[in-house]
Design a protein around this ligand. Structure first.
Ligand code: FAD
Ligand code: UDP
Length: 390
């Protein structure tokens, strides 16, 4: 198989599957996709829970959202989307508030009816403690966005549980993911295109990889077959970059999540898909009730499946989920990039391969771009290697 393939893709997540699909259908080349897991889909994998019939997201809840029309149109060739629009809530000191922080959250928290201008004026006053300095880390960014009282209620404790890292050591982008609104719009994302795939995420990957020029082998670890690779075979690697180089420059920090699944003896446990818990005294960060991601489906069971999420530092044998990306991590990552640039015919991509907190649409967008700028030119003979700094 290795000898017949024109390219090897390590990882059947969105980055790898998008490139495999493009290379096979647009260039007519033979692609071998391997994944060390027993299934395709990477972290977006979904399956049906046998006891309740509910679709479960095995590696944590996945909500699709994008403003990138190219990605949206591309993905819609493999699936339809439901009109699901994500809303979330946070429980703080036994009271429930809407997320992301919006005018309803602010009014409820301060116990006042505030107009958008009044709320903005109040938060700007609270954020003034930072002066004119641009926010340099997560804590400063959060205070600049919502002021200290809301930061201490909804962000400080949750972030402490999620990252167990001093928020002054964490990059500001982590919190910049979340909108803050001075309207009563309580949708979790701002993006133009949102929805859940009608038949689940795994069905998308089945379609993407169903091509006669794509061969998928599951339960195969790249490092077991690496010594057998033909010398000139180009490799797209979407696993952890530090693992690729055998941790020679040091380990990159990752968070992982333990999801404690429980079948509850009621058809509806919490009335919504995701409930965050802001208090540090509650050990889990959030509770996911999967059936609420698919309100369009008939839910016949009188039971429901929930998952409590506990975040912790990822060791080498854990699933790496969230790049921590402290300054030390960034320095280590730069050293790996230098090593990668010296490799023959290696393309690193995806969330693990580029050590970035990529959402699905960003992983797909990055793969489409890499196809245009690296893989297609390589197979057209315009580039002599797929190696390129991500
Ligand atoms: P992955 O999906 O991680 O795929 C990489 C694959 O490589 C894996 O299947 C892995 O098994 C395989 N691999 C690694 N090493 C090897 C090896 N040595 N040999 C063979 N195979 C290997 N995004 C959103 O847009 N919305 C969300 O709501 C959302 N929620 C998330 C919640 C959680 C808890 C997590 C962790 C992520 C979430 N994401 C979300 C992000 C989303 O999962 C990623 O954007 C997406 O999975 C990236 O795809 P990828 O192909 O880069 O990586
Ligand atoms: N966050 C928070 N309180 C919340 C939700 C999020 O402080 O109730 C912070 C936290 O630091 C988190 C980040 O915002 O890591 C990004 O949140 P998001 O919901 O995007 O996280 P993900 O879905 O990637 O787990």
């Amino acid at each position: 198989l290795l000898r017949k393939a024109d390219i090897l893709i390590v990882g059947a997540g969105f980055y790898g599957a998008t490139l495999a699909e493009r290379i096979a259908t647009q260039l007519g080349r033979r692609v071998l996709v391997i994944d060390r897991r027993q299934h395709i889909g990477g972290n977006a994998y979904t399956e049906q829970d046998p006891a309740t019939g509910v679709e479960i997201h095995r590696y944590g809840p996945h909500l699709f959202h994008t403003s990138n029309e190219e990605v949206w149109n591309y993905l819609r060739t493999f699936t339809g989307f439901t009109p699901y629009r994500h809303r979330a809530f946070s429980t703080y000191r036994d009271k429930v508030y809407p997320l992301p922080i919006n005018l309803a959250t602010i009014c409820q928290f301060f116990g006042k009816r505030l107009s958008p201008d009044e709320a903005r004026g109040m938060i700007t006053g609270q954020a003034a403690e930072l002066g004119d300095r641009p926010p340099a880390n997560l804590e400063e960014k959060a205070i600049s966005l919502v002021g200290r009282p809301l930061y201490e209620a909804f962000i400080k404790g949750y972030t402490a549980k999620q990252w167990q890292t001093d928020p002054r050591e964490l990059p500001a982008q982590i919190i910049a993911r979340l909108p803050v609104r001075y309207t009563f719009d309580d949708g979790y994302f701002n993006d133009r295109f949102q929805g859940q795939p009608v038949d689940g995420y795994t069905a998308i990957f089945e379609k993407m990889l169903a091509h006669e020029l794509i061969e998928t082998r599951l339960g195969v670890d790249f490092f077991d077959i690496k010594p057998l690779l033909p010398k000139d075979l180009p490799v797209v690697y979407t696993g952890p970059i530090d693992r690729y180089f055998d941790y020679s420059e040091g380990e990159l920090g990752w968070r992982t999540i333990d999801i404690d699944l429980e079948i509850m003896d009621t058809p509806d446990h919490q009335g919504t898909a995701i409930m965050n818990y802001a208090d540090e005294t509650v050990p889990y960060t959030r509770v996911v009730e999967f059936r609420h991601f698919n309100p369009e489906r008939q839910h016949k069971s009188d039971k429901t499946l929930i998952g409590r999420e506990y975040s912790r530092f990822a060791g080498r044998t854990d699933e790496p989920y969230y790049p921590i990306d402290t300054r030390r991590d960034q320095a280590v990552y730069r050293r790996y990039l230098e090593r990668a640039a010296a490799e023959q015919n290696l393309h690193l991509g995806g969330r693990l391969g580029t050590y970035r907190y990529l959402d699905m649409h960003q992983a797909i967008g990055a793969a489409l771009k890499a196809f245009e700028t690296v893989l297609a030119p390589y197979f057209a003979g315009e580039l002599d290697s797929v190696s390129r700094s991500p």
